[in-house]
Design a protein around this ligand. Sequence first.
Ligand SMILES: Nc1ncnc2c1ncn2[C@@H]1O[C@H](COP(=O)(O)OP(=O)(O)OP(=O)(O)O)[C@@H](O)[C@H]1O
Ligand SMILES: [Mg+2]
Length: 259
Amino acid sequence: MKLGPLGSDETIFSNIDSLNPDFVPKLLPYRENEQKEIANSLEPLLKGISGRNLFIYGKAGIGKTHVVKRVLEDLNEFGLPGIFVNCWVHSESNAIIGSIAKQLGIIAEPSIERIKNRLSGSAIVFAFDEIDQAKELNFLYAILEEINMAGIILISNKPEFIATLDERIRSRLQPQMIEFRNYKPEEMRGILKERRKYAFYEETWSEEAIKLLEEKTIEKADIRFGLILMRNAGLNAEQDASRIVLKKHVEQALEKLQS
Ligand SMILES: Nc1ncnc2c1ncn2[C@@H]1O[C@H](COP(=O)(O)OP(=O)(O)OP(=O)(O)O)[C@@H](O)[C@H]1O
Ligand SMILES: [Mg+2]
């Protein structure tokens, strides 16, 4: 059957939202070991025993944030709550304490004492993403001093960050180091394929378009880049009223991303 051009009320996307930067996939293939390692370090908290703190590091766009978010959601289902703060968005201690308080439902003036009272000794996990962007670490010292049953995860793409920590913080934190290694080319292909199957209807991508998408993602070694490229190429195809994403749609998307 030969179909005409794509109508303005039709779409090649089965789930475009899954290509948004905030979308956290249920499964993160090739990161199963890291997920297990993180979960294992925190699981003692479920039994009221203190867990291990973690420092997670590795290059940009290789799953650090999303793996931690996924583990926190999973642990939450077992009854261990998690707090997630991006220290690029909240970079000063007051703002970080404010964000934690808000996530715990504290409306009145946020402070470490109020947070401590709210938790009243129950276990919790704190994840501080982009920790190297925090302007100072008073909040971290306060948590280490005041909150006993806490597992702390620090995430950064700067491995050297840990060496810059004040001795008082480092000796209290004693973090277990978890390196996120780069994905191999075939792993990146696998991740892109999974997401493509999830985000697009079947048979909407030409082989040439897939090949270029894969090549460019491997070149950048950044899955985030690949997902943006995939989304924009799909939108270009739709704009063209094409039922299939062609190589030229990926090329157009590349031009825009590189300019
Ligand atoms: N194994 C995987 N399976 C499926 N999607 C993945 C996987 N790894 C990464 N991704 C996707 O790649 C994108 C980038 O991942 P993420 O934001 O976790 O990277 P990051 O390591 O935190 O990068 P940065 O250091 O720049 O913050 C996300 O959209 C994420 O869902
Ligand atoms: Mg991240």
